[in-house]
Design a protein around this ligand. Structure first.
Ligand code: PAF
Length: 282
């Protein structure tokens, strides 16, 4: 069935209590699996599509971020969305983007948004923008559950902690993680894969290969060295390739569980991230 298109936030009231999937559009199979999970929850699945300017840094890809609303609506319909909320910048930030950016800088963020020195270090201000837009979307949509992909693991942790910090503000909202969807060749689904030229796909596979190699390592330190080696063999410029505690995302001291491998690497100007749960080392 064709989902109802909501452009005006005053039409959101009937959707309170829904299963929510916030997105920036350019939807792919990873998003479709989030929408299907939301639709399976027994609540109406509501998707938002909004390319949030406040989570992009000055030298990032906000203006060229892929936008494909018509195709996105087809994906939403096929995956079982009941409604799609497509707010304007004015609806999201009534006092304008410049003021919104200043407001984002003053937000109190959970430790996992500032301490790990991962995305927080590579993309200063990014999580302030994410927390700001997700808070605004949760306030407007008022969902019971919200589904987020595990691929953006630090984002998932930040949002989970943010909701835990303010349980009354979000009215018992539950954050549900969903597994990363991969192509048969291992490449994690990402809207930014659209930037990859055909001959760059093989190099981009280096991220998932490096994580698989880390899974087979005998020790966290060895895992990190092997990840770096695999990424470099694929011609990728490593931003980080680390083993961290899965929740706080801090360096692991010994053989703690659970841990995750987390990678950010660049292929020219294209920045890719990926993550996997690592086995328990004994
Ligand atoms: O993961 C994303 O697509 C975005 O960061 C989100 C959560 C929709 C906020 O803009």
């Amino acid at each position: 069935m064709t989902p109802i298109l909501i452009e005006d936030e005053s039409s959101l009231a009937p959707w309170a209590g829904c299963a929510f999937v916030p997105t920036m559009g350019a939807l792919h199979e990873g998003h479709a699996s989030l929408i299907r999970a939301a639709a399976r929850s027994g609540r109406p699945a509501v998707v938002s599509i909004f390319v949030n300017p406040t989570q992009f840094g000055p030298n990032e890809d906000f203006s060229r971020y892929p936008r494909s609303l018509e195709a996105d609506l087809v994906t939403c319909a096929a995956a079982g969305a009941a409604a799609v909320f497509v707010p304007s910048v004015d609806a999201m930030y009534p006092r304008g983007i410049a003021v919104a950016r200043e407001e984002a800088e003053r937000l109190a963020l959970p430790a996992v948004a500032t301490q790990p020195r991962l995305e927080d270090a590579c993309r200063p201000g990014h999580f302030a923008g994410v927390v700001q837009v997700v808070t605004r979307l949760f306030e407007l949509v008022r969902p019971s559950v919200a589904h987020f992909g595990e691929k953006d693991w630090q984002q998932l942790r930040v949002i989970t902690e943010m909701v835990a910090m303010h349980p009354t503000q979000f009215d018992g909202l539950r954050i549900v993680p969903e597994p990363t969807v991969r192509l048969d060749n291992g490449l994690a689904m990402s809207s930014r894969n659209r930037y990859l030229a055909p001959d760059q796909i093989e190099a981009a596979r280096g991220l998932s290969r490096a994580l698989q190699v880390a899974c087979a390592a005998q020790h966290p330190g060895t895992a990190e060295a092997l990840m770096h080696g695999t990424l470099e063999e694929h011609g990728l410029e490593v931003q980080y390739a680390v083993v961290r505690s899965a929740h706080a995302l801090l360096p692991v001291q010994g053989f703690e569980a659970p841990t995750r491998g987390l990678i950010a690497a660049k292929l020219g100007t294209i920045r890719l991230i990926d993550t996997m749960a690592l086995p328990i080392w004994r």
